[in-house]
Design a protein around this ligand. Sequence first.
Ligand code: HPA
Length: 270
Amino acid sequence: MYEKIQETASWLKARMTTSPKTAIILGTGLGQLASEITDAYEFPYQDIPNFPVSTVEGHAGKLIFGKLGGYDIMAMDGRFHYYEGYSMKEVTFPERVMYELGINTLFVSNASGGMNPNFKIGDLMVIDDHINFFPEHPLHGKNFPTGPRFPDMHEAYDKKLRDLADEVAKEEGIRLVHGVYVGVQGPTFETPAEYRMYRTLGGDAVGMSTVPEVIVARHCGIRVFGISVITDLGGFDVPVKVSHEEVQKAANAAEPKMTEIMRELIKRSF
Ligand code: HPA
């Protein structure tokens, strides 16, 4: 696997004309940000050696390099979900490659089901912490030399960036909530009992991505900021009926707010 990562990184380096230190995973709610990247050049996943290919509806599947707010960045347009059948090593392959390319800060977005009773559909939740409920660990197996065998997971989500997000939101008059993201394998949405269980265990929102990528990024010493759009509600006293269409609709509606926060935050993070 390590040779494959090196091979992919070398292939990209040979073609890159910029030196990004910041990467963005354009998850649900952030697609619009892709169109704001200037001086862009891109590589479809299928053209990149060893890269998995994204299959899920609504995800294009390419790496975009260019500038955002005047700074070099790279963006993943389309990510790999465990429920699609990828192994955890495949899901987190791009973060391993990012590290080899010199990335030191990662911004990630996703959609999730809110369980905190104070949350409303369309809210943006800064991920303060996570609970890993995936059945396979991305660091399972031989340790990679990028980090320790037993990596610390305190402040997996950078405190300074979380505070900065609050500052930006306040200035822009955007309601921002904070919470713990529970990462689950999917692809089923939660049963009412499962939503209640995750809430009881300390979760504020539940979703099917992000946790593996963040774990690997942290193992590489990359600082991380994560934001989640609450697209549906579950938990106590909430009638539960969730569909992919509803999730997409709520995410699209929240997209301008999400884009605004991320754009500003990325600018100020340099
Ligand atoms: N559960 C899991 N994943 C999700 C949800 C949810 O309620 N909403 C959006 N992604």
